[in-house]
Ligand binder design. Structure first.
Ligand code: G6P
Length: 369
């Protein structure tokens, strides 16, 4: 097992560090930035279906559901297709309205999640075209779907998902870009810009991994906190959910993710000098709005840990701790902002003596409902 961990203390840490490589593996052969080409066989073969779709319904569970939420923002912005994101377990039991002009995208690392599988069967019975985004080749979901695109994350051993999440976002972003091109919903210059940017994302993820030491320092300050709040807006709202999920899964600290502006409708009541609040505040996305959310936290003495773009000064003045990440476009930022949050959870869990790779009560693949 020590050998399999490749010199890392835990599979989770190894998998966090694999992200630059596996993101590259996931777009390799599919993304040709210099030629302005994005192609995935499963999408090309069914392009008409995608272009005629009235809407896309994404079904998934857990971290994969969070990747679906990021995709909702990306698909709607890039390809102007309405998207709904559903917990598979809710979708399957609520007699949903589905028809043959719907595309259902099922996201699953393992390809074995029982609720997601049942949602796929239901969608198929109702005539929808079902597309899978799975990591495990030949898995039940990859076989049950009409078509699909694999993530190439390699085996994910740590129960808390890390590299599967970022590779799922990579695949979904590529699909959205391909559809945007076919539909003409994005300017040619933006299309090329995103392709170029996606191609250099692995380098930026590598740079974001350099926050490891900083994340460790911050972890040592907050490791005994009973609660933690995560806030983000826009593309980074799902990242806040995922950051909170990672922390609760492996450290057993109660954590909640919230859209930053929604804080005033509830979580703000929890904020006092004991409450750590992780705010995802990159320069590109709703920056001024996030700054005023941070001011609201500060005026209630909350402890602010902010993920900011390198060189940021405004948030730095307000926050108790900052973690700097490289700049990228708003839409691609989840691939970067997620990294320090994974590291923060990891270090907190290690410092609390938790079983990082196999947290209590959780399973890597949930094959029963
Ligand atoms: C379990 C795992 C999570 C995962 C979820 C969905 O809860 O512990 O890490 O996100 O299942 O799994 P899937 O394989 O369908 O992505």
């Amino acid at each position: 097992e020590q050998i399999e961990k490749g010199g890392y203390d835990h599979f989770m840490l190894k998998e966090i560090y694999e992200q630059p490589d596996v993101i590259k593996d996931t777009y390799r052969g599919r993304l040709h930035a210099n030629d302005g080409i994005i192609q995935m066989a499963g999408v090309e073969d069914n392009l008409e279906k995608f272009l005629n779709a009235d809407r896309i319904i994404i079904v998934a569970c857990g971290t994969s559901w969070h990747a679906g939420l990021v995709a909702e923002y990306i698909f709607e912005e890039f390809a102007r297709i309405p998207v709904e994101v559903e917990y598979a377990s809710e979708f399957r039991y609520r007699n949903p309205i589905i028809n043959s002009k719907d595309i259902v995208i099922a996201i699953s690392q393992s390809g074995e999640t029982a609720d997601t599988m049942a949602a796929i069967k239901l969608a198929k019975e109702n005539g929808a075209f079902v597309f899978g985004v799975c990591n495990v080749v030949g898995s039940s979901i990859s076989r049950e779907t009409h078509a699909g695109a694999y993530t190439h994350a390699g085996p994910e051993i740590g129960v808390a998902s890390t590299k599967a999440f970022t590779t799922q976002i990579t695949v979904l972003t590529m699909i959205a870009l391909r559809l945007a091109k076919a539909k003409g919903t994005m300017s040619v210059s933006d299309f090329h810009m995103y392709l170029q940017e996606l191609e250099i994302i692995p380098e930026k993820v590598k740079e974001a991994l350099e926050t490891n030491q900083r994340a460790k320092e911050i972890a040592s300050v907050f490791k005994d906190a009973p609660n933690c709040l995560y806030l983000g807006r826009g593309y980074n709202f799902p990242v806040a959910l995922e950051g909170a999920l990672k922390l609760k899964e492996i450290s057993y600290i109660h954590a909640e993710g919230y859209p930053a502006a929604e804080m005033k409708h509830g979580p703000i009541a929890l904020i006092d000098e004991h409450m750590p609040v992780v705010v995802i505040a990159p320069k590109q996305g709703h920056y001024d709005k996030i700054v005023s959310n941070i001011q609201e936290i500060k005026s209630r003495s909350g402890k602010i840990i902010a993920v900011v773009t390198k060189g940021d000064t405004q948030v730095r003045e307000l926050a108790d701790y900052v973690i700097e990440i490289p700049e990228t476009s708003d839409a691609l930022s989840p691939l970067i902002t997620t990294i320090p949050l994974q590291l923060l959870s990891y270090h907190i869990a290690v410092m609390r003596g938790c079983n990082v790779d196999q947290p209590r009560n959780l399973a890597k693949s949930v094959t029963v409902e």
